[in-house]
Design a protein around this ligand. Structure first.
Ligand code: FAD
Length: 512
């Protein structure tokens, strides 16, 4: 009989197998079910492991849980708009159930998209359809590929299982903080595409949906592309992400119900990774088994209800320009699987309460975000090189001083500007308050070696497309399934993929 050991502590220099040998002498095999790093005190690993006794053979991992039942579906193929995690996983779940579907993506295939992004970062040649936010793979293609999510969903193991099948490292299924890295994501997305096509999904890349077809006021019956081609279906999954401003404008014109949603805005801080390792792991900082250290920081002001927190931390990563529209400046973070870059970055953002700031103006948050991104662009442009990311040293930001030129990880280069002058006063003040609190939580955080980059404005969607809890269809339009981050129901790769799967299941459920 196998035994499961939970919370098994293994010191960084100890060997797991030696420890298991003491617990189950001459064990035959073991399977790690969970592994995390605990950096408190002397850093150590905490495992949950299933161990098989001498002469016992580990049974094959049951795939039963991940098998999908086929259904009979004799209608026009469902349509999925957007090939980000939500759209790709919606399409995947549909085809695995035997339902052929059509997937439309405005941007290029993952490989070509990499070229387009490099052209922007190196030469300032921006492609409005194919960039860090748009194209096959969605916003997650250039990311840290963190798969951690706060949501609890029975679909998470399915998503991790499929990602591993398409080439993600097997460890994502048991690590407490799994991540894939941009380099590996770029290779696995084309494999998802190949599988979808082989399973009956028609994929239309470089094909922008310009409008939703609707009749009788509120029934969606298909989509129209920019080149005027029309495709009919009574099931349209809208997974266009939170940067598709034109799609939100279109939804408004046809009367789709939406509401304003709270979001967050701020800057992205970067430190030398060695400094973060030193703060988190102290004298163990150089131990390669621990990898690049991360952190998560938060400060909540109970009087105002406004929070400042770190978000999307990328150990060993790069601060990247991630615009999706002309004449704007936006930054974000990415890293490769090895997380072996010299810097660590993370967003430091302030919560923006929709009701408090924009009242009943549904588009208030989106307009605010856009205005701040274009204002930042003009600041940078004035200094000469608009493709670069504005930067200011953290100390100078707090003191309200100019920074001299600095070295950062950004592949598109940086321009020193007064970020403290660009940010609205209340955001600036809250960031300073937060940074000072973070220094007390992580002494050394306010190092003279740290830089702030602007503008971190795409942490989540400022709008929600309201939908029925059970059918996942729009509250105003039958046949429209708004999903993922752009619909306001997800905040990251895994939760967006889960939402896509849920929409597919809502459609499949009608035919069981
Ligand atoms: C640089 C960066 C790093 C990130 N790092 C992480 C991370 O480490 N971990 C994490 O969990 N999350 C991360 N995120 C967030 C994550 O990528 C998103 O939460 C996730 O991609 C949202 O998935 P989605 O499918 O809902 O939308 P998206 O990924 O935004 O995909 C929407 C797709 O729809 C397409 N589209 C839009 N309009 C149209 C149209 N009219 N016609 C056809 N196609 C259209 C777009 O081109 C896009 O490909 C990061 C984001 C960025 C930008």
């Amino acid at each position: 009989m196998s035994q499961i050991f939970k919370n098994l502590v293994v010191a960084i220099d100890d060997n797991l197998e030696e420890k298991l040998q003491l617990l189950v002498p001459n064990f035959s095999e073991y399977r790690i079910q969970r592994k995390s790093v605990d950096a408190r005190g002397k850093p150590h690993f905490v495992y949950t492991v299933e161990v098989f006794e001498k002469n016992e053979k580990a049974p094959p991992i049951s795939e039963e849980h991940f098998q999908i039942k086929k259904v009979k579906f004799n209608f026009q193929p469902p349509i999925v708009i957007g090939a980000g995690p939500a759209g790709l996983f919606a399409a995947l779940r549909l085809v695995e159930s035997g339902i052929k579907c059509r997937l439309f993506e405005q941007g290029a295939d993952a490989k070509t998209r990499v070229l387009h992004i490099n052209q922007h970062w190196r030469y300032g040649k921006f492609n409005s359809r194919s960039n860090v936010c748009f194209g096959e793979g969605g916003a997650g293609l250039y990311s840290d590929g963190k798969l951690i999510t706060r949501i609890k969903s029975p679909h998470i193991p399915y998503i991790l299982n499929r990602l591993v099948k398409f080439g993600a490292p097997a460890e994502i299924e048991y690590l407490a903080n799994p991540h894939v890295g941009s380099d590996k994501i770029r290779r696995l997305i084309p494999k998802i595409r190949e599988f979808l096509i082989a399973s009956g999904c028609e994929i239309f890349l470089n094909s922008k949906v310009s409008s939703l077809l609707h009749k009788n006021g509120n029934e969606i019956y298909g989509v129209k592309l920019e080149d005027d081609r029309e495709f009919n279906s009574n099931h349209v999954i809208l997974a266009t992400g939170h940067s598709a401003e034109d799609i939100f404008a279109h939804l408004k014109t046809i009367g789709v119900f939406m509401e304003g949603k709270s979001f967050a805005i701020g800057l992205r801080i970067e430190h030398p990774q060695k400094l973060i390792n030193k703060i988190q792991y102290r004298e163990f900082a150089e131990n390669i088994k621990l990898g690049a250290a991360n952190y998560r920081l938060a400060h909540h002001d109970h009087n105002t209800g406004i929070g400042v927190y770190s978000f999307c931390m990328c150990p060993g990563g790069y601060v990247i320009s991630s615009i999706s529209g002309e004449n704007t400046t936006v930054c974000n973070g990415m890293s490769n699987f090895a997380r072996n870059g010299k810097f660590a970055n993370s967003a430091i953002v302030v919560s923006i309460d929709h009701e408090m700031n924009f009242g009943k103006d549904v588009f208030g948050g989106m307009t605010y975000r856009h205005d701040l991104e274009s204002e930042t662009f003009h600041f940078v442009k004035e200094k000469g090189n608009p493709k670069t990311i504005p930067v200011q040293s953290t100390v100078d930001f707090i003191k309200g001083k100019n920074s001299i030129n600095t070295t950062t990880s950004s592949p598109s280069g940086v321009t020193p500007v007064r970020l403290d002058k660009i940010l609205p006063n209340f955001i600036r003040k809250k960031i300073i308050e937060g940074l000072e609190k973070f220094e007390s939580q992580m002494p050394g955080f306010l190092s003279t070696d740290s830089q702030l980059h602007g503008i971190e404005s795409r942490t989540s969607c400022p709008i929600r497309i309201t939908r029925d809890k059970a059918t996942l269809q729009s509250l105003s339009h039958k046949g429209l399934y708004p999903v993922g981050e752009g619909a306001g129901y997800a905040g990251g790769i895994t939760s967006a993929a889960v939402d896509g799967v849920r929409a597919a299941e809502a459609i499949i459920g009608q035919f069981l």
